[in-house]
Design a protein around this ligand. Structure first.
Ligand code: AHN
Ligand code: ZN
Length: 325
């Protein structure tokens, strides 16, 4: 009996800790009923649907700027966002890459509740790297990557979030941005990455654009991933970082989301942070081996995509959105 009492008290403390309502205990001691916050907060996210959005992008072929696959996928992404009720603005600058190539790019920006002044920005890059320069086979290093994880995974999760927002509108503002030309970069040249996001930050699509905070998803579909906190994110938005990682552990994803800073990456979030928007990057990283082993190889294809991972990330994000927006 003593053990059971402690167990029940433990549940009560946990639930109280996350602000949930709980009714614990039964007269005959045989059942424990609890009404968690989850039941009342209406968080829904379909991992199957997110997976389908990833797969659909990959079917276009590598979405490398200046290719037909890229143009067609860009059209599809904009029309999907629009179909979920977002007010969509495309930016189509020609950007010059580090190697002199002129890139015909497209940032795709969709707003839910465009008139709300309190807003959050959710983003992921949709372009693919033109060269699989990390491929173990030297003969393949000039081939483009499929970008199933590196690109399509984050976009797939955000498209599913857009679909959920069409079902139940947020009470504040939510913006979704698919950024271009993130991955036409080269080692040792910080400026060569994240060109689309730099353009967005320097040329906001709506005047006076100032979201309260932003969340970047990058490589969120791998198998057996690990998402430690990221250094620049923790510096720029410790509150948001803390809230997301504590939702992760509340939902049972503590081992996938260790609450320690273990990475520091050059990515789209740096551009937003420099523009004054506190931003968190959710990105797979392993302290020993770095990114996912398929990263920038020809194996970054659908075989490396896990529905469970997409579902975990989506559920955490959706929970944060429903509680705060
Ligand atoms: C660097 O490779 C320096 N940063 C990783 C940013 C990135 C590339 N994310 C996806 N692809
Ligand atoms: Zn990449």
């Amino acid at each position: 009996m003593k053990e059971i009492t402690c167990f029940l008290a433990g549940i009560a403390v946990l639930l109280a800790g996350c602000g949930a309502k709980a009714s614990v205990g039964a007269s005959d001691g045989s059942s424990v009923e609890s009404v968690s916050e989850e039941a009342t907060e209406n968080v829904s996210f379909s991992a199957d649907s997110a997976y389908m959005y990833v797969s659909r992008q990959v079917e276009f072929g590598p979405r490398v700027p200046n290719t037909q696959a890229h143009r067609q996928a860009g059209e599809w992404l904009a029309s999907k966002l629009e179909s979920y009720g977002a007010k969509v603005i495309s930016q189509t600058p020609t950007l010059t890459a580090f190697d002199g190539t002129k890139l015909q790019t497209r940032n795709i920006f969709g707003q839910f509740n465009p008139e709300a002044s309190e807003r959050i920005l959710l983003l992921a890059h949709w372009d693919c790297r033109p060269w699989a320069d990390q491929d173990p086979d030297p003969a393949k290093r000039k081939m483009p990557v499929d970008g199933a994880n590196d690109g399509a995974s984050g976009v797939g999760v955000l498209l599913e979030i857009a679909r959920q927002l069409a079902e139940q509108a947020p009470s504040k503002g939510v913006d979704i941005l698919f950024t271009d030309a993130e991955d036409w970069g080269t080692d040792g040249n910080e400026e060569s990455w994240a060109m689309g996001t730099r353009y967005f930050a320097e040329n906001p699509p709506v005047s006076g654009y100032a979201p309260r905070e932003a969340i970047l998803l990058d490589m969120v579909g791998g198998e057996n991933p690990r998402f430690p906190k990221e250094y620049f994110s923790e510096k720029s938005a410790p509150g948001l970082n803390g809230a997301l990682w504590s939702i992760a552990s509340e939902k049972g994803y503590a081992s996938m989301f260790p609450e320690r800073v273990e990475s520091a990456v050059t990515d789209d979030h740096i551009q937003l942070i420099e523009a004054g928007i506190p931003t968190v990057d959710i990105i797979e990283y392993h302290p020993q081996s770095g990114f996912n082993s398929r990263w920038h190889t020809t194996s970054d294809n659908m075989e490396g995509i896990s529905k469970e991972t997409l579902g975990a990330v989506g559920h955490i994000l959706m929970t944060y959105l429903r509680r705060n927006y």
